[in-house]
Write a protein that binds this ligand. Structure first.
Ligand SMILES: Cc1ncc(C[n+]2csc(CCOP(=O)(O)OP(=O)(O)O)c2C)c(N)n1
Ligand SMILES: [Mg+2]
Length: 649
């Protein structure tokens, strides 16, 4: 057997550069790059291997220097989401704090079902110099390091204590990264001495490998059950989630909707699965959805969830679906999601599942009266969105006007990025997505700080798109440093920094829950009240962005904002547009709810009042655990004529 002598890190880099993914016959590099920050844990191991690859060309793995390890994992997650989980970035970090900084990113990736490859460095396998700088050193076990904290956050975790373990670790990691039912963080911890250790590797470890991204087809009996359920429906509603977009099933969704007449609501991850102006697109469903979708959800007898994880925002904390006999049909690639709300489980790829359902549902169509009802509601709602986009609010503009000005000018070949604060809600309710890749809101982990770092990864995945990072002042303060990475890599971003001096979102939530906006404003501590309700702080985030190397445009109103957008679009580098908005400007109501528990006892009148309201909503919450059993209707022929073979078995 021919062997090649390389270090573990050199073998890792060479292996990664030979991995490809393939779906529908299209093949691409699985891992086209590596983010990293070096320290003593990886500088001479993975760092040396990346240098050698760049200098000699013996392996191809471009390296991007990030400014914060959490930020680089966010960038990798943004990259994976933008590439429909067909491509993945690796992230190398030093031991201790460098690796621990990746934990939040790992949790975000796994929660969002996005593949990222994390390579935290680890303590000496030989323990020759223990405790090494930044070693946790637990008395209960010397083999425990901070990297064990990745275990519950990762879909695959391995630690390479010996070089011989590397091939199995790598092959296991690639399998999980390319399995859409597993999508999440994949972690291989690399002890710092092992990274530099030489070994004779079998040559075939470095052979080109193509990982097929599966499109599982639905089980025949499950399809029969799903079809029976849908045929029984008088008021069905589709909830389109991120799985529709990752599966590139948007055309199949459009055809399925057109053939059946079933209206389509979407989730944060699914927005754009059906273009907003399609007559059956009824907008977001749930806590921050459109009142049209929520009115349909309230009366739906069969909810068809496609590629959705049914988060509490989607179900309005299980108050959205109020039909006494509501049942669910869940087309999902994972059984975890397909089983939710005791639904009829259709475990399959969204595209395959939709095609199969469409074929079996021939002849089924909702009543014209059902369609007419929501069409009229949609017209009224669209007028309300137009109004929110052109509010003429003053003296400071409303955030909805900023979003409107952007929505009306971006075009389909742009991606807007958001994650936390008041914007995700406004966006889900109001944004008119005309392309499946136009709307990128990370709302599974809703992590402040994702906005700019995630945008960087999206731009790497889709350089042809204009990428707009929408970031609140709170989120900007958590994580703005990847602007520097964008500047140094000459990656163009347009950052829209919405300054409202604190947490508009949590402030409004706090007020609604009787907590009087306590501790949600960025203000001086007032000498008299002792609270953070003094003057506005002398903090200049525009100047901060400028200091990081971005071009900065300050605007004071919507017409200036529109002009600044034109300037930013014409620019070749990263531009930050800074705009002040009114944190308490009016926003249309979703006519929905979100379960955030309120103190059951309190000395405060505001809390007591809020608790009464809370109890009223709580009474409408449903467990959604009724078994979904459907027998095929006697009036519609069974969708299959069973084969003789099946009859015999
Ligand atoms: C990392 C992280 N910490 C805390 C939260 C809880 N949280 C959600 S929104 C928010 C405030 C966001 O402020 P900003 O970015 O200014 O947006 P605004 O609410 O003003 O629109 C906080 C603290 C979070 N989502 N993520
Ligand atoms: Mg804010």
């Amino acid at each position: 057997m021919a062997t090649i002598r390389l270090t573990v890190a050199q073998a890792l880099v060479r292996f990664l550069s030979q991995q490809y993914s393939e779906r529908d016959g299209a093949q691409q590099r699985l891992i086209p790059g590596c983010f990293g920050i070096f320290g003593h844990g990886n500088v001479a191991g993975v760092g040396q291997a990346l240098l050698q690859a760049a200098r000699t060309g013996e392996a191809d793995l471009p390296y991007y220097l990030a400014r914060n390890e959490q930020g680089m994992v966010h960038a990798a997650a943004g990259f994976a989401k933008a590439s429909n989980r067909l491509q993945v970035l690796a992230c190398t970090a030093s031991i201790g704090p460098g690796s621990a900084n990746m934990l939040t990113g790992a949790a975000l990736a796994t929660t969002n079902r996005l593949p990222v490859l994390l390579l935290p460095s680890d303590i000496f396998a030989t323990r020759a110099a223990s405790p090494v700088l930044q070693e946790l050193e637990l008395p209960s076990g010397y083999d425990i390091s901070v990297n064990d904290a990745f275990r519950p956050l990762s879909r695959f975790f391995d630690r390479v204590w010996r070089p011989e373990q590397l091939p199995a670790a790598l092959l296991g990691a690639m399998r999980v990264l390319t399995d859409p039912t597993e999508a999440g963080a994949v972690t291989i911890a690399l002890p710092q001495d092992v990274q530099a250790e030489a070994h004779d590797w079998p040559e075939e470890l470095f052979a080109e490998r193509v990982w097929h991204i599966a499109r599982p087809v639905p089980e025949r009996a499950a399809l029969t059950r799903a079809v029976a359920a849908i045929r029984s429906a008088k008021r069905p509603l589709i909830v389109a989630g991120g799985g529709v977009i990752y599966s590139e099933a948007t055309e199949q969704l459009r055809r399925f909707a057109a053939a059946t007449g079933i209206p389509v609501a979407d989730t944060q991850a699914g927005k754009g699965a059906l273009s907003w102006d399609h007559p059956q697109a009824v907008g977001g469903v749930g806590s921050t959805g459109s009142p049209v979708a929520n009115a349909l959800a309230a009366e739906a007898d069969v909810v068809i969830g496609i590629g959705t994880r049914y988060s509490d925002f989607t179900t309005a904390s299980r108050t959205a679906f109020q039909h006494p006999d509501v049942r669910f049909v869940n087309l999902n690639i994972t059984a975890l999601d397909a089983a939710k709300h005791s639904g009829v489980m259709l475990v399959a790829d969204a595209r395959e599942g939709l095609s199969a359902l469409a074929a079996e549902l021939a002849g089924y169509r909702v009543d014209a009266g059902y369609t007419a009802g929501y069409t009229e509601h949609l017209t009224r709602w669209n007028a309300m969105v137009d109004n929110a986009f052109h509010l003429g609010h003053g003296p400071l503009p409303a955030q909805t006007e900023v979003l409107g000005a952007l929505n009306e000018t971006v075009g389909p070949n742009a991606t807007i990025v958001q994650a936390a604060g008041s914007m995700p809600g406004d966006l889900q309710m109001l944004w008119r997505a005309e392309d499946p890749k136009q709307y990128h809101v990370e709302y599974a982990f809703s992590c402040m700080g994702y906005e700019i770092a995630g945008a960087l990864g999206i731009k790497l995945a889709a350089p042809e798109r204009e990428v707009y990072s929408l970031v609140g002042d709170g989120s900007y303060l958590m994580m703005a440093q990847e602007i520097v990475t964008a500047v140094s890599e000459k990656i163009k971003l347009i950052v829209i920094l919405v300054q409202n001096h604190g947490f508009a979102s949590i402030g409004a939530l706090s007020e609604a829950l009787g907590s009087q906006r306590f501790g949600t404003n960025y203000r001086f501590r007032d000498d008299e009240t002792g609270q953070l309700d003094g003057d506005i702080l002398p903090v200049d985030l525009a100047m901060n962005a400028q200091s990081l190397g971005a071009d900065v445009i300050r605007v004071t109103g919507i017409s200036e904002f529109r002009k600044a957008l034109d300037v930013a679009r014409a620019a070749t580098g990263t531009t930050v547009i800074h705009i002040d908005t009114d944190p308490v400007a009016p926003v249309p109501s979703s006519e929905s709810w979100w379960d955030v528990p309120v103190s059951q006892v309190s000395d405060l009148d505001s809390t007591q009042q809020a608790f009464k309201t809370y109890q009223q909503h709580k009474a409408t919450q449903r467990p959604l655990i009724t078994p979904s059993t459907f027998s095929p209707s006697p009036f519609s022929p069974s969708p299959f004529s069973p084969s003789t073979e099946e009859n015999q078995s």
